[in-house]
Design a protein around this ligand. Sequence first.
Ligand code: ISL
Ligand code: CA
Length: 542
Amino acid sequence: MKQPWWQERIVYQIYPRSFQDSNGDGIGDLRGIINRLDYLDALGVGVIWLSPVYRSPNVDNGYDISDYYDINPQLGTMADMDELIKKAAELDIRIIMDLVINHTSDQHVWFQQSRDPKSPYRDYYIWRPGKNGKPPNNWTSFFAEDCWVYDEKSGEYYLHLFAKEQPDLNYNNPKVLEEVKNILSFWLDKGISGFRCDVINILYKDSLADGRQRLILRGIEHYLSRPGTHEILQSLRRDVFSQYDCFTVGETVFVTPQMGRDLCDPEREELDMIFSFEHMETDQFIVKWFKRKFHPGRLAKAIDRWQRALDWNANYLENHDQPRSVSRFGNDGRFWSESAKLLATLLLTLRGTPFIYQGQEIGMTNFDFTSLGQVQDVESHNVYHLAKKLLIPGWYRWRMIQQTSRDNARTPMQWDGTANAGFSTGQPWLGVNNNFKRINVAEQIDRDDSILGFYRELIRLRASLDTLKSGQFQLLTAGRHVVAYARSLENEHLIIALNFSTRNRRIAYKGEVILASSGRTAIGDELLPYEAVILRSMSGRG
Ligand code: ISL
Ligand code: CA
C-alpha cells in the first residue's frame, strides 16, 4: 500500500534563533535557513518543522505570539518566508510551521484589548474575579508559577498555564476558533504543508473548579484531553486541513495510549500523529527536574508501548525542550561518536515518522555553561527560583539546570571550527558550546564514518527498504545493556540490535549485516561498545 508522503519523509526540526545567523546580529534567521537548504537536502531531509517564526516579544522564544500574520523582524521578513517556502519546494522539501494556539503573547492586540472588560475581545481570554482576595482557583502552571495574574485595571484575574506573558485563549468563545481557522488558511495558502500543534491536547478547559491535590499541574483533570478539545480538532480538520495536502502532528503533554488512539484514529479525523512523552520520562522521578539513572530497557519498553498503541507515530529523541540525547541516553565522553550513531539507528528504524532535531545529526552535546547567568530560558529561571524557595541547596539547583534545562538544546548550531562555530559573525544570543572545534558539521561532512555520514546512510537505507519504512514492529529484548527489536514486512525480517554499554555484549541474533554503526560487515556473536546493527534475518524472527 502506498504510504502518504508524511509517512515516507524524514522531518528535521529547526529552532530558527539557533540555526544560522545571516546578518551578524547573533540571532539565527530565515535567510540563514535558506543558505543551509542544500545541507538539509544532502542529508535527505523531506520536511522542515520550523519552531515559531511569527512576531513575538520572545519571552518564550516565539512560543508567545503577538501577531500570527507576521514574521518576527529578528528572524526576517514575509518576503524571506515566501522565498524559503519556494526554495525549499525546488528541492522537494516541504515546510511545516509551529501552531501555538493554547495561548498568545500578552502583547497580542487581542489581549491588549481584552484588558478592557467592555471590549469585544474580553472573552477571547479567560478572565475571572478572585475568591476572597485569592486567585479564582488553586491551579498551578507548567512553568513553576501560579497560573493567575491579577489585573488592577479590571479587578479580575486572567489564566495562563505557561509563563504569565502567555495568557490562555478561551475556546468557549466560538470567535476564537474562527480566528484560528483564518490563521491556518493564511499559511496553508502560502504553501506550507502542515503544522506541529503546540500543547494541543489542553486547549479546552471544561471547568475552572479547584484541582485535586497533586504535586505538579494542579487542575490538569479539568483540561487534559477533554471532549471539547476533540471537537475543536475535528472542526479544524473538517473546515481547514482536509482542504489541503497537509499533515498535523500534535504535541500532546501527559498523553496516555488511549488518549493517543483517540487523537490519531483515522475515523475520528483529528490529528495525523502525535508526540508522546513517556519514553522521555524514563530517566526521571515524577518531574523532569529529578533525574534517575538511565536504563535502556526502560526506554525500550516505553517505546514499545507506543509502537503498539498507535498504528503510526511521530518518533523523536530530541527537540528544543529536551536535553541532548547523546548526553542523556548515550555517552558524550569516550563513546561519543559510537553512542550518537546508536541513537541514530534507534530513531530511524522505528515504525513511524522520524524527527531529527538540529545538531542531533552531528552529535551535539548538552551545554557547558557554568552559571545561571548564561542560561536564558524562562522555565529554567522560574524553576531555579522555585527550588530556592523550597530550600533546595545551590549546588543541587545548578545540577538540576545543567541536566535538564531546555537551553541544552538551544545553543547555536555548530557549523565549523571558526569563530562562534560559524553560526554568527556577531555575539550569539546564547553561548556556543566550547566543544565546537571538535564537534561541527565541517569536520564531519566529508567523512562517511562520521555521525553525520551515518545519518545520511541510515536515511538512504530507510528510503530504500520498505520493511524499514512500513514494516511492523516487535520488541525482542529490553535488557540492561542490549535492546533489540524486529521490523517485518511480508517475508522480510530485519533485526535491530543496540548495545547501550561500554563493554562487548553477546547477542543471539544471526543474519546478514545490512548496516553496522562500527562499519563492520560481519559481527560474530558480539556487539562492540555502543554498537548498533541492522541484520536481515535468515530464519524468520531470528
Ligand atoms: O519543557 C517541557 C518538556 O520537557 C514541557 O513542560 C513543555 O513546556 C511542554 O512540553 C509544552 O511545550 C511547548 O509549549 C510551551 C513552549 O515553551 C515549549 O517550547 C513548547 O514545545 C509553551 O508554548
Ligand atoms: Ca540574524
